[in-house]
Write a protein that binds this ligand. Structure first.
Ligand SMILES: Cc1cc2nc3c(=O)[nH]c(=O)nc-3n(C[C@H](O)[C@H](O)[C@H](O)COP(=O)(O)OP(=O)(O)OC[C@H]3O[C@@H](n4cnc5c(N)ncnc54)[C@H](O)[C@@H]3O)c2cc1C
Length: 336
């Protein structure tokens, strides 16, 4: 038996990919999940772990990191192979109908492929300033894993969107000093968050530096300070800081996925109502796909994952039904 050959390989361990892994296991398929990040959870874990989500069925309110934990738990019960810190760079269809995948660290074989790559392998927009690259991971971060890390620290947050404001509001009261640096005086964030930010500034909990940009991040081995400048007057200000958190968004770049011969529209994979791409045996689901009426939501990603997996199972074994039946009646759970 070729143990390396899986029925279904899922590229992306975000909510869609995790649900697909669960679903594949439930359908009796051998599955593998590959993600370029060091942990499962996709955007939930990497971008907004501390935010509440209100529109996932069955959870009136759930922290993104808790939803990621539940999805992991659900996915791992069927013991899929999980390959982390691995970006799939090449997909080559084989004559026998299987696929050969190449990653930066290894190669993988699969009978069907589900691409659940979200916006692509995460690449945060960087600040092109001295100190950013050198101190990335040593006080400079583009995601917050644990807010407690910043307790008692002097923190600079850069950005004017939802993520920047959410983290300002989450960290205020925890940090010793909190400065928000934004190049404009308007925000691309929820009105309520902007109101709360203004209140926090009035209360002296946050120092807002509108019309300012970062010039340089200082430090030897760790962040020690930051120089910002007023983009109207070019006046420079330097102050001490322990951390610089940049929330400048992610590049919507599919990276290598663009070169796999798949039909792409507006940086997304074109799929039909069965979540099939233009290459038989390759399916798409979640934020990465495009079809008429597509919505980028966790809930739609779940449904697309179920459709993709059921059709992939049928592709791998034409004798297997597409319709899975109801989980309430499935033998696989009664055996557990
Ligand atoms: C701040 C914020 C708040 C949000 N709030 C909500 C909300 O309240 N409700 C809601 O429904 N949605 C919300 N969303 C959107 C939701 O998070 C996304 O729709 C969801 O994460 C999409 O899931 P996904 O699995 O398709 O993609 P992702 O979560 O993006 O996961 C894709 C994964 O694929 C990996 N990957 C990509 N390419 C490769 C490759 N070549 N090789 C290996 N790995 C690869 C990436 O590293 C990533 O981990 C929010 C998003 C943000 C940013």
């Amino acid at each position: 038996m070729d143990t390396d050959l899986r029925d279904i390989t899922i590229i992306g361990g975000g909510p869609t990919g995790l649900f697909a892994a669960f679903y594949g296991g439930m359908r009796g398929a051998s599955t593998r999940v590959v993600d370029s990040l060091p942990e499962l959870g996709g955007q939930l874990a990497a971008l907004y772990p501390e935010k509440y989500i209100f529109d996932v069925g069955g959870f009136p309110k759930v922290l993104a990191k808790d939803l990621a934990t539940k999805l992991r738990e659900q996915a791992l019960q069927f013991e899929p192979e999980v390959v982390l810190d691995e970006e799939v760079t090449r997909v080559a269809p084989q004559e026998d109908g299987t696929f050969h995948l190449e990653g930066r660290a290894g190669s993988y074989r699969t009978k069907a492929l589900i691409v659940a790559g979200g916006k692509g392998a995460f690449e945060a927009r960087k600040l092109e300033v001295p100190g950013y690259d050198d101190l990335l991971g040593s006080g400079v971060h583009y995601a917050v894993k644990d807010p407690e890390t910043y307790r008692g620290q002097r923190v600079v947050i850069v950005g004017g969107g939802d993520s920047a404001l959410d983290w300002v509001l989450a960290l205020k009261g925890l940090t010793r000093e909190l400065v928000l640096v934004h190049r404009r005086d308007t925000f691309r964030a929820h009105e309520h968050s902007v109101t709360l930010l203004r209140q926090a500034c009035v209360n002296g909990e946050v120092e807002l530096r509108s019309f300012h940009e970062v010039k340089e991040i200082h430090g030897e081995g760790r962040v020690e300070g930051c120089t910002i400048f007023d983009n109207r007057s070019d006046e420079h200000t330097t102050f001490a800081a322990d951390a610089v958190l940049t929330f400048l968004g992610f590049k919507p770049d599919l990276g290598p996925i663009k070169d796999w011969g798949l039909e792409i529209r507006k940086n997304r994979l074109v799929v039909n109502h069965l979540m099939e791409t233009n290459i038989p045996g390759i399916y798409g689901a979640g934020d990465i796909v495009d079809y008429d009426g597509k919505l980028d939501l966790i809930a739609t990603g779940f449904a697309e994952a179920a459709i993709a997996v059921n059709n992939a199972v049928h592709h791998v074994d034409p004798g297997a039904r597409v319709n899975p039946g109801h989980s309430t009646n499935l033998k696989v759970f009664q055996e557990k």
